[in-house]
Structure formats: structure tokens, C-alpha cells
Write a new protein. Sequence first.
Lengths: 293, 255
Amino acid sequence: MLLKRTVKEDVIKFFFFMLAAVSIFIVFFVIYFLFSESLPAFQEYGFSIFESEWSVPREVYKIGAALFGTAIVTIGAMIIAIPLGLLVGIFLSEIAPFHIRTILKPVIELLAGIPSIVYGFLGATLLVQYLQPSFDLLKGISLFAGSLVLGIMALPIIISISDDALKAVPRDLKEASLALGATKWETIKKITFPSAISGVSAAIIMGMGRAVGETMAVSLVVGNIMQIPVPPFDIFESGSTLTSIIALEMGEATGIQTYSLFACGVILFIIVGTMSVTSNLLKERVEKKYKGG
Amino acid sequence: MSKKTSLEMEVKDLDLWYDTKQALKKVNMPVYKNKITAIIGPSGCGKSTLLRCMNRMNDIIDKCRIEGEILFDDKNVYRKNYDVVELRKRVGMVFQKPNPFPKSIYENIAYAPRIHGIKKKKSLDGIVQQCLKDAFIWEEVHDRMESSAMGLSGGQQQRLCIARALSIEPDIILMDEPCSALDPIATAKIEDLMRVLVKDYTVVIVTHNMQQAARVSDYTAYMYLGELIEFGETEQIFENPQEELTEKYITGRFG
Ligand SMILES: Nc1ncnc2c1ncn2[C@@H]1O[C@H](COP(=O)(O)OP(=O)(O)O)[C@@H](O)[C@H]1O
Ligand SMILES: [Mg+2]
């Protein structure tokens, strides 16, 4: 009996160990593949790969413009989505009356689940058409349009996750603050929000992650021209991003162009990886501070 | 009950409903200055509800409706435009489960004074030290003021919460079963502390522990099913209860 049971447990243990091993292997394989396929591009250009020159006829494939585009579009999206998302998150969890919350919360979760192509499509038809006449632009297609679409896409994620984080703050902490004569707003500012800061940072980083990694929606509205606008912060110009350039050119790419596209992938991997590590470190630090010890 | 007693607060004909469920029924109760008043009764009889009316903590509960009056300084705290923040500054509260803020020990005490406008480091330092001393916890924490309050033991956390309640210089301190999560030694410390605090403050304590009520309180109120059955000096309630329900409860025949 006893023997049988331990054998069964060993089998199960082994099974899960194998599953874990396989998934770790796959992850390492992907990373290895990514780096090895991009290596020739880095060897060819060195640091000058971060310059902005991408030309099929001249066969020069330097990724600076895409990196710039990703940075601008992400920063723009966050400028829109962070303040708005946190405010709505606070409203939803701390201020909204019960019946408003019960309607709003599922709607926001639904918005977060809409496939990105839909946002891109809406952006390309409605937004771009509106931007064109109202800003007197040649084309509504621009880095600014990309920021807007990504900002709107990141919004429901930031709202929903920050709402969860704020809701998770124990009620008795809020009551302790109110009982000391703090107002509702003081309590939110000094107790609820700081207590939820790890979850709120996670919300922001998840939103940013979606913005950095988003492909379809962006490629429909940014213009996909590998250029850094002049002056560089003219966000009403067309541009390109690390993701959209990969999506558009991987199909027909040959030789060094392929390697450069893989280099875009490596940079994306590093950015998103750094963000995820940062969020975990942040969480740990906050937890240490708040959970005592 | 030697010294003369004067009224600090008075509950008059108080009714309270949670949605459709009535939790308090025409409750009348005096709260005397510089005395400990204990509210006892079986679980669910409305003790916490009554206590939380005294600093209007029930305001934050959805669908909670209140009728009747609570007089404090001759003013009904439930009248329109009554300043709730001002009330809560004068009526402090200690909760059933110790609930220090996830901040440093220092920040826990400095929190309320800061909110109420004290900015100077010197003044804050003074308040923090005084409150911790008054709550008998200074000796245990003075050398680690910057470490997290979450690292303290349950009993220490609860005394920290009492110190925090003192930081607003209240007239009344409400305590809702402050010892129910604590071991007997920590409980004894808090009971001693109550006897000291009552020299400067008025204390109202909810407890389901009759021995505790008998040990520490000057007055006792017995509640049952949302009604206040009997109120009197603690000795009288425990030795010579006037109501049959009270007698049944304190002799342990139910509850
Ligand atoms: N927030 C609430 N919403 C609805 N009912 C409540 C709420 N709080 C307490 N009650 C009900 O009111 C009654 C009195 O509760 P309470 O004052 O907590 O009793 P006690 O502290 O004496 O155990 C109980 O029946 C309880 O279920
Ligand atoms: Mg209770």
C-alpha cells in the first residue's frame, strides 16, 4: 500500500518535472534562436545599428527609427493612459456607488479583451480620418495616432488591474484612517493608494507591455515609414515601430535584412524583459517594506 | 464610583437598519466622563453597531439608515451638517483586529497629527513619543521607530493602535473587542492600560468576555437582539441584575 502510493507520487512528480523542464527548454531555445539569428546584424553594423537608415535599394538596415518610434509611441500612450487609468481605477474602487461599479467593471474588462486589430481598425478609420482635417495634416497616419490607439488600448488594462489592487487593500486599514478623522480623499492618497502601490505598478507595467509589444493596431495607424521625424519630436509625422517593421517585412526579407529584423526582436525582448524584472523587484521591495520583518 | 459623574455622551432612542434588517432598537444609553463603560451581550446583538454609531463609522456602509440622536456636547452628532471629521478627531477608535498601517512605527502615530496640520518635525517627535509612552509601548519600540509596524507582535500592534488613537487627543476612546485576538498576557496589559487611560479619557469597550467587563469597567450595558436590556454600575449588573435576561446571560445560562 505504502510503497504503491510513493511510486504513484514519484511518477506524478516526474511528470511535472518533465513539463517544467520542457517549458524551460523551449524558452531558452527561443532566446538562443533570437540572439543567434540577430548576431550577423550586430556584427555587420556594431553600435551604428541604432542609427536611422533603413533602405531596401541601398541594402542598409539600421533599426534606429523603429526603436525611436516604439519609444515615442509608448511614451505617448502612457502619458494618456497612466493618469486617466489610475483616476478611473480609484474612482471605480473607492468612490463609485455600488450599482455604477457593477455596470462599469465588466464593461472595462470586456474592453480589455477586445482583439487589438479592432482597435487598430477603429483607429485607422475613425481616428485617422478625424486627425487629418482637425490638425491640418497631410495624412492622419502618424506616431501621434499610434500613441492614441495604444493609450486607449492600455487604458482598460490599467484601470482593471489598479482597481483590483486598490480593492485588495484591507478594509480595516481604510477604516483606521477614517476613524482618525482623515477624509476619504486623504485616506485614498495616504493609505489606500500607497498600500496598493505594488499592484498599481504592475498595472502600469502591464499596460506599457501591451503598448510596447502591440503590433497590428499600431501598424495600421503609424504609417510604417522608417524615419525619425525632423524635428524628432514632431509626433504628427509618420513613423514605424519595432513590432510593425517585423510584421511588415519579415515575409519578404532576405539576408542582412532578416538579421536586422531579428535584432528588432532582441531589442523588444530586452525592453519587455527589463520591464517585467523591474516590476518584480519593485513588488519585492514594496512587500518587504509593508509586510514587515 | 466615588467621584461625581458627569455625562460625556448620550444615546437617545437610536434605531439603525442595515437595509431592511433592524440592528438597533430604541437604544438609550449614557456615557459617563472618565469612566469605562462596557457593552456586553451575545454575538450579533448589535454591540459593534452601537459603538460605531458613536463616531459615525456606519456612515461608510451602504444602505445603513439611522434614526434617533447621539448627543455630544449637547449637539446631536447625526444632525445635518455635523462635522464628521471633527467628531472623529474627538472620538478615537481601536478595532477588534489590530490594524496598524503598513508603515513604520513612527509614521503610524504621526499619521493623524500630520493630517490635522502639524508639520514641524519637533512637534511630531514629541507627540509620537508621548503617545507611545501613554500606551505603555515606548520601552519596547523606542529603538526601532523606523521599522515596520507589521513586525510587532499582536499585543504590541494593538497597543500601537491605542497609541495611534491617542494621537488625535480624543475625549472618548471606543474599543471594539480590543483583546479578542490576543493572548492572556497581552490582554492583561491592555486591561491595565485601560485603567490608566480612563483617568484622562472616557472609554467605551465592547466585549463578549464578561470577566473582562467585570474586571475593568465602571458601567455595563447589556444588549440582546438589538435592544439595550439593562444599564447600570458594573457591580450592580453583575451582582444584582434587575432584568431576567441580564441575569440569565451573566450566570451563563445562554449566550
Ligand atoms: N455591514 C453590515 N451589513 C448588514 N448587516 C450587518 C452589518 N454589520 C452588522 N450587521 C448585522 O447587524 C447585527 C449586529 O451586528 P454587530 O453590531 O456586529 O453585532 P456584535 O458586535 O454584537 O456581534 C448582526 O445581525 C449582523 O449580522
Ligand atoms: Mg462585534
